[in-house]
Design a protein around this ligand. Structure first.
Ligand SMILES: [Zn+2]
Length: 376
């Protein structure tokens, strides 16, 4: 079936425009009431059927079976392990080979597991991986291993809780998001949900490209601002939004925060800009998206990792970084910077921005190729 020019049958290129179908998720750890399946544990046909029944779903012809074993969750919490068969490694959790006739009878079109989908060691003597050849070669099924089901939502949940724990979010104000750029998915706090009510499965998932709501509760009303920022600023993968007291005071005064000291220079290269006020027309129109555009405009082409936040006039502050957790760090740092600057200005006297040399020295010793601060 294979020639030098490619496969004659079952060519993977047939999927080059994507695969559209009904996905059915069977979450086995959730069904068992555990965090993850241990290496070597096999999911039998009987368990797949019981799990589907418990979830109230039916799987049939043309469906895409999405199987969660908790592989990545275990890896996140316990670290990597050798998943070769014992005695070399510890093996891994996945399907029992008796699930194969079940998949064939149901005419399932595709199989998308976390991990790589089959239990190691296998129950078939002498064959380490009996399932992949049966699925791919014998049944012509599309198989794609190692899907990520939880990390982004878990990260975004933890970052939102951290925002609240640091006192940066009053009531249900504020929100944190994270983006998986490979998957084109943004995870964000759901709209109007108190921080104590947040759970990973309630975190909203939306499409980065279209903004379509994909999963979880209804996303934050600020979602279009986050999307606009992710689309405009390729380097960022996490955003935090708060109405923290001092940063918001500067925003309400519609004043950029000048760089008055080295604490500021450690985090932000130069002033923290403030957006122009939105026009009445913009406020009545696509307000949240236009807030994002105004932030990008205020950033004025500067590197978003050097200026990791912008004040939004009369509103609050948005900060960003390489992850949701770091965006919260930046929100916390920006609040401190805003407080210090406020106090400095109130105390009066000769309040001047730091020199270019001092700014350079402090920012560059912590960030970029010449950084030397900390344990490296
Ligand atoms: Zn707000």
């Amino acid at each position: 079936m294979l020639r030098s020019t490619g496969a004659v049958e079952q060519d993977i290129a047939a999927y080059h425009t994507g695969l559209v179908g009904r996905g059915v998720l069977l979450d086995i750890p959730r069904f068992r009431g555990v965090k993850w399946l241990e290496p070597g544990e096999a999911v039998t046909r009987a368990e797949l059927e019981a799990c589907a029944e418990a979830e109230g779903v039916a799987i049939g012809e043309g469906d895409i079976l999405v199987l969660r074993t908790g592989h990545h969750r275990r890896r996140l919490e316990l670290g990597p392990w050798n998943n070769s068969p014992p005695p070399v490694g510890e093996g891994k959790a996945g399907l029992h080979v008796d699930a194969i006739p079940w998949m064939h009878e149901r005419r399932i079109a595709a199989f998308l597991p976390d991990g790589d989908g089959e239990a190691v060691p296998s129950v078939v003597e002498g064959i380490t991986y009996p399932i992949h050849p049966l699925q791919v070669a014998a049944m012509g099924m599309l198989v794609s291993d190692s899907l990520q089901f939880e990390e982004l939502r878990e990260q975004v949940l933890a970052a939102n809780l951290e925002l609240a724990a640091r006192g940066l979010a009053h009531a249900s104000f504020g929100n944190v998001s994270g983006v998986d750029r490979d998957a084109g998915v943004v995870a964000i706090k759901p709209s109007g949900v108190g921080y104590s009510e947040l759970r990973a499965e309630r975190i909203a998932l939306v499409s980065l490209e279209s903004g379509e709501h994909l999963a979880g509760l209804r996303p934050s009303s600020d979602t279009p601002t986050h999307l606009e920022l992710y689309r405009a600023l390729d380097a960022i993968c996490g955003i935090a939004h708060t109405h923290s007291v001092y940063a918001t005071s500067w925003a309400q005064a519609r004043r950029s925060i000048p760089c008055l000291g080295t604490t500021h220079a450690d985090y932000v290269y130069g002033p923290v800009p403030c957006t122009r006020p939105l026009s009445d027309e913009e406020c009545r129109g696509d307000y949240e998206r236009l807030t994002g555009s105004a932030i990008v405009e205020a950033l004025g082409g500067r590197d978003p990792l050097e200026v990791p936040g912008v004040l939004v006039a009369s509103h609050g502050v948005f900060t960003w970084a390489g992850s949701a957790a770091e965006a919260v760090e930046q929100a916390s740092a920006l609040e401190l910077i805003a407080q210090l600057a406020f106090n400095s200005v109130v105390l009066g006297g000769e309040v001047e921005p730091v020199s270019e040399a001092l700014l350079d020295r402090h920012f560059r010793r912590k960030h970029g190729p010449t950084a030397y601060y900390g344990q490296r």
